[in-house]
Write a protein that binds this ligand. Structure first.
Ligand SMILES: Cc1ncc(COP(=O)(O)O)c(C=O)c1O
Length: 387
């Protein structure tokens, strides 16, 4: 039980029947991760198929308006339109090497579903994507993309029909069908998933570090990322954790306001608890059950958060911020018009933090924002709310 802890967080709080599955993944991952053939296959896919390195773009207009230097790490330009593909290709290669024939995954915003279906198509594997009913409506474009890619979308009607319910259903399916490979989409879940997903995403920060030194000759003052489970944030932050002068800002969804039930600001207002097989900051009721939550961004609408960001909060390494639905929509509209970049609603939370806190930045400050995904999937939602 003491494997895979980040401080007091993480672990494997799962039915005993799932332990052999998790141990097997951990063992195969440890064998594979340093092998030359795996590293070179993943590297070439990330370059030729995904389009890495993603550019570090100096957002001149945004910078001028805010009054400091703002760079956008363009994960939205990756194949399939978000950071999720970095992780799905890595895990799908792992699944293939384990001779797995079928991949399953949960999805909220649908970006992880699309990225998983893409990897499955590429490697010739069967694929099932579990998605909450509410999210299938909000993120219809991604449901259609997943189907076109040849995967099956399983609509999850239980609970509130959001990401949490999709994970519940996917874990239930895995327990019944341990021969499949569960390709988890964020730095959450029982050990070894949080470590595996972070390791596949840390390329974001490694590239950004080299790019900013090339462009500015020094490290940035701030890194900013939105946090759902925490994978784009950990991806950007990881290589900078020991750089004490680089401040790490994690932006959570304040939804309709920070009253119970109206938000999903887990690190900000949660308390230690257990969800989906791991310990983390959790929005929970008095019995320890996940509380009702809300965010307009399906990919941030989760009552838990990864164990590693939970630990970073406790060690005071993170600056926490939260942004409402309305502020995120404003940022979505703003970035579209000022930079010609339509961000995902999840990503818009990170942009909104800058707009709402512009006075905290000085003229010479350098900020890198993780532009985790593009907003095509959210166009209908935003247009409705604009009208
Ligand atoms: C574009 C985008 N950004 C951010 C997230 C949040 O996930 P994470 O915190 O794991 O990066 C999602 C989740 O679906 C997403 O699609």
């Amino acid at each position: 039980m003491n494997k895979g802890y980040f401080g007091e967080f993480g672990g494997q709080y799962v039915p005993e029947g799932l332990l052999p599955y998790l141990n097997n993944i951990e063992q195969k991952y440890n064998e594979l991760k340093d092998s030359d053939s795996f590293k070179s296959r993943l590297k070439s896919l990330l370059k030729e198929y995904v389009g890495r390195p993603s550019p570090l773009y100096f957002a001149k207009n945004l910078s001028k308006n805010i009054g400091c230097k703002i760079y956008l790490k363009r994960e939205d330009l990756n194949h399939t339109g978000a950071h999720k593909i970095n992780n799905t290709l890595g895990q799908a290669l792992l699944a293939k090497s384990m001779n797995k024939k079928e991949i399953i995954a949960e999805t909220g915003a649908g970006q992880h579903g699309v990225a998983t279906a893409t990897a499955a198509a590429l490697l010739g594997m069967k694929c099932k994507i579990f998605m909450g009913k509410v999210d299938t409506i909000k993120q219809k474009l991604n449901v259609q993309r997943i189907s076109l890619l040849g995967a099956e979308v399983i609509t999850v009607e239980r609970g509130s029909g959001i990401l949490k319910d999709a994970v519940d259903e996917a874990l239930g399916y895995l327990i019944e069908n341990p021969e499949v490979f569960y390709l988890l989409g964020s730095v959450v879940g029982p050990h070894p998933y949080p470590t595996i997903v972070r390791n596949f995403q840390k390329i974001i920060g490694e590239e950004a570090k080299m790019q900013i030194i090339e462009q500015e000759g020094r490290l940035p003052d701030y890194l900013i990322a939105c946090v759902g489970g925490g994978s784009n944030a950990m991806g950007l932050f990881y290589d900078f954790i020991n750089e004490e002068n680089v401040k790490l800002i994690a932006v959570e969804p304040a939804g309709k306001g920070l009253e119970p039930g109206n938000h999903a600001a887990t690190l900000t207002l949660g308390s230690p608890g257990i969800i989906h097989g791991f310990k983390c900051y959790l929005l929970q009721d008095n019995e320890g059950n996940p509380a009702d939550i809300h965010s307009i961004a399906s990919g941030l609408d989760y009552p838990g958060v990864g164990p590693e960001p939970s630990m970073l909060k406790d060690s005071n390494r993170l600056i926490l911020g939260s942004v409402t639905d309305v502020q995120a929509i404003n940022a979505f509209n703003y970035l579209s018009r000022i930079e010609g970049i339509i961000p995902a609603l999840e990503t818009s939370h990170a942009i909104a933090f800058i707009l709402e806190h512009s006075s905290m930045f000085n003229k010479d400050d350098i900020i890198i924002v993780n532009l985790s995904g593009r907003g095509d999937k959210d166009v209908e939602t935003v247009l409705q709310s604009n009208s």
